[in-house]
Structures are given as structure tokens and as C-alpha cells.
Write a protein that binds this ligand. Structure first.
Ligand code: FES
Length: 207
């Protein structure tokens, strides 16, 4: 569905859309925690403030790949725009053929790690049977791409996944989060059914 809107000075796109009777979802109440308010800006992108890194990250987590995708609760601007509400455009986060992706900050971290390993050509993401819930992850520098590997490219980083691991990690998003003074990779895997109390292993459905 396409709609033309006139945004008043500094007004939030979500508020303008709701005022015009457009029933945009807003599951988190505009707290940048759900991506349910996503739209695609077809015209007038230059009237809008640029997306923050956090907004870009949330769009990526939601698999919103359209080039002008925005979160209406985060968009302010002034002027005429045309938006599309992409009801069915987005695949579910756990779609069977979903790629493995990284956020921009995780990509910077992983690229820096790869630079420390001479000959590394990709990041290898694998699962192995261990731990109290069945599987655990391995993330290592890969010196070569194997015959059966699936290779994903995300924000300039290549991620190699072997054929046995792939069904358990499709659709996974790697992010970098701060914990105290340190950072760690956070693995958002839509295939996980449950993880154990220690947080190091998980059980999964394979897609
Ligand atoms: S309403 Fe949740 S991110 Fe916009």
C-alpha cells in the first residue's frame, strides 16, 4: 500500500501516519525494539533525517532489505513523502533460506580480528555437539573456504558455514554488545528452541 504524506516541521513520521488513519504497527511503542513500524520511503527521502546506527541495526535484525526502509517511529522530517507499508515484503526472521548476517559494529570487530590472522579469508561460524543443551557455537578465522561451505557476505565480512552447521544457524545475526568494560559477540539465532542456564549451549530445530 502506498501513501503520500505531508510531514510538518520536525514531526515524527509515525505520528503523521497515525493522524492520517494509517494503521502502522507499533509493538514496542516507539522504543526502537520491534521494527513493526517499518515502511519503505518511495519519494522524499531527502526530507527526512538520516537513520541512526541503532535504527539501521534494528532494520537489519528484522531482515528489512529494501534500500529506503525506515522505522517510522524514528523518522522526523519536513516535506512531502510517499511511503509504502510493506506488509508481506519482509521474510520472517527464521525463514529457511535466511542468510547469516552481521551488524555494522560486529563487522568492524570481526574485520579487526581477521586482520590479526594472516591468511584468514572469512569468519567461520559452526555448531558442534557439546554442552548441556546439545550444541554450542564456534567462531574462528577461516584460512580457506571448503567445498561444501555456504559463504555469506555482510557489511564487507565473509562468513563461511559448513553444510552440517548451516541448518542450525540460518538467519543468524551476529551483533557486538558491551558488557561492562568489554565487548562480546551476541548470537541471535532464530533456530534456537532453548538455551541452557550457563548460556553456552543451546538446542535447536534445523530448518
Ligand atoms: S514501534 Fe517499535 S521500532 Fe518503531
Amino acid at each position: 500500500m502506498e501513501r503520500r504524506l505531508k510531514i510538518s516541521s520536525g514531526e515524527r513520521l509515525l505520528d503523521r501516519a497515525l493522524d492520517e488513519g494509517i494503521a502502522l504497527e507499533q509493538e514496542c511503542g516507539g522504543k526502537l525494539a520491534c521494527a513493526s513500524c517499518r515502511v519503505v520511503v518511495l519519494q522524499g527521502m531527502h526530507h527526512l533525517v538520516a537513520a541512526s546506527e541503532d535504527e539501521v541495526d534494528m532494520l537489519e535484525r528484522a531482515g528489512a532489505s529494501a534500500p529506503n526502509a525506515r522505522l517510522a517511529c524514528q523518522v522526523r522530517g519536513t516535506g512531502d513523502i510517499v511511503i509504502e507499508i510493506p506488509d508481506a515484503e519482509l521474510p520472517p526472521a527464521c525463514a529457511a533460506s535466511s542468510p547469516v548476517r552481521v551488524t555494522p559494529r560486529a563487522a568492524r570487530h570481526l574485520a579487526a580480528q581477521l586482520n590479526k590472522h594472516a591468511g584468514a579469508v572469512a569468519v567461520r561460524l559452526a555448531v558442534e555437539r557439546s554442552g548441556c543443551s546439545g550444541f554450542s557455537y564456534r567462531i574462528d578465522p577461516a584460512g580457506a573456504i571448503g567445498d561444501g561451505d555456504a559463504v555469506f557476505e555482510s557489511h564487507g565480512v565473509r562468513i563461511a558455514v559448513d553444510a552440517a552447521s548451516l541448518p542450525y544457524v540460518q538467519g543468524t545475526l551476529l551483533d557486538l554488545v558491551r558488557e561492562g568494560l568489554a565487548h562480546r559477540l551476541q548470537i541471535d539465532n532464530p533456530n534456537v528452541r532453548e538455551s541452557c542456564g550457563c548460556g553456552k549451549s543451546f538446542s535447536a530445530r534445523s530448518s
